[in-house]
Design a protein around this ligand. Structure first.
Ligand code: UD1
Length: 366
């Protein structure tokens, strides 16, 4: 049975209220897409976000898609007292999906303490508050960055973690360890750690999508902004890697597919489906694509040109990584379904919609 129907049936049978889920960082890129999927699956969603890398207008997009405005408060997750007050006010939250974190690799090298505070302190707060407010489960956003350059590809969950190349990467490893130690110390808590590969694309409605502040660091927003003429030229970071066309290879996963994995994970925690108190899953497609392949496909499916030039390698980039998602496929019953063609179309549709909106509002991105 589909999750949506399952939850509806559950509510009907038990005549209970919709399960309440806290989504930290719920106005961010992956967070907002997850909120949509949660609401469409019948959950009652509560968002806290400090809007440090997102816009309050995202809430309107969520409402347009789902017909429901989630509860939102502008709270910084590193603020224990305010988070505690929030959880006392909204009783009965059963699980947390913890997205709130800083994620720019380069910035983390310049401001390591900001990253350790934002990413590590906020996680510790959530874990402490789970005990206080009797919240059972936490789904944590981790990253394939914990594998570094894997020795074996595709990489599965048993692969060793490599020394992190940035404070950002280190925070993901530290957070995974903090969760593992905490869960082991308490039989009342459960967690699912999701290691994302490269999330891209936007909701098919183009009501929500990726909206980085300032100049994008990641490939796809830079590609869409270059195609739109906002950026003059995309720099391809190196074509002398040991890959078929010389450019880096990544596992690009559709953001809505990724969001759906969170709904399944939360459901799994609430229904006590696993005998393990902590589980780790790779979320990827199982297919690696090079930067050049992404560019060619983007140009072809969207019929636009992306001016680009080859520049030297970016420091800290991994040559190639893609997932073995078999464990998630088998255990979660989840699989990345969208094609990269449709995903790249959705990214362009979102960019065009953004430009139209900004034109109407008389503003521009720079
Ligand atoms: C990085 C992080 C990852 C993090 C993610 C989200 C590492 C090794 N990876 O992923 O942990 O979760 O960001 O922020 O720290 N590229 C260009 N030109 C550009 C931008 C990117 O050629 O202007 C190339 C990169 O060299 C890379 C690919 O595109 O090969 C993807 O880059 P990006 O989107 O930044 O993601 P990652 O570096 O893979």
């Amino acid at each position: 049975m589909e999750i949506k129907n399952k939850i509806k049936q559950l509510l009907k049978d038990k005549k209970t209220a919709a399960p309440r889920i806290l989504v930290t960082g719920g106005t961010g890129y992956i967070g907002s897409h997850t909120v949509v999927e949660l609401q469409q699956a019948g959950f009652e969603v509560f968002i806290v976000d400090n809007l440090s890398n997102s816009n309050i207008e995202v809430l309107n997009g969520i409402e347009k898609i789902t017909g429901k405005m989630p509860v939102f408060e502008n709270i910084d997750c590193t603020d224990y007292v305010t988070m505690d007050r929030f959880l006392s006010k909204h009783e009965g939250i059963q699980a947390i999906i913890h997205f709130a974190a800083s994620k720019a690799v380069g910035e983390s090298v310049e401001k390591p303490l900001l990253y350790y505070r934002n990413n590590v302190v906020s996680l510790i707060n959530q874990l402490e508050l789970m005990k206080v407010h009797k919240i059972k489960g936490i789904v944590f956003s981790s990253s394939c960055t914990v594998y570094g350059q894997p020795d074996v590809l595709p990489v599965d969950e048993t692969a060793p973690r490599k020394t992190a190349l940035s404070p950002y990467g280190n925070t993901k490893q530290i957070c995974e360890d903090i969760i593992t130690d905490t869960i082991r110390s308490s039989s009342e808590l459960k967690s699912i750690i999701l290691r994302y590969f490269n999330p891209i694309g936007a909701h098919p409605s183009a009501e929500i999508g990726e909206l980085p502040n300032g100049v994008p660091n990641n490939l796809i927003p830079f590609v869409t902004q270059t195609a739109a003429g906002i950026r003059e030229m995309l720099s391809v970071f190196g074509d002398d890697y040991n890959t078929p066309d010389g450019t880096c290879i990544r596992d690009y996963i559709n953001v809505v597919d990724l969001a759906k994995a969170h709904v399944i994970s939360v459901q799994r925690l609430l229904e006590d489906k696993s005998s393990e108190n902590i589980e780790i899953f790779n979320l990827g497609t199982g297919r690696g694509l090079s930067v050049k392949e992404i560019l060619t496909t983007f140009e072809k499916v969207n019929k636009v040109k992306v001016p680009h030039k080859i520049v030297p390698r970016r420091e800290g980039d991994i040559e190639q990584v893609w997932a073995n998602p078999t464990y998630a496929n088998n255990v979660l019953g989840w699989e990345a379904k969208e094609t990269v063609e449709d995903t790249l179309k959705s990214a362009w549709k979102w960019q065009k919609k953004l430009m139209k909106k900004q034109k109407n509002e008389g503003s521009c991105l720079s």
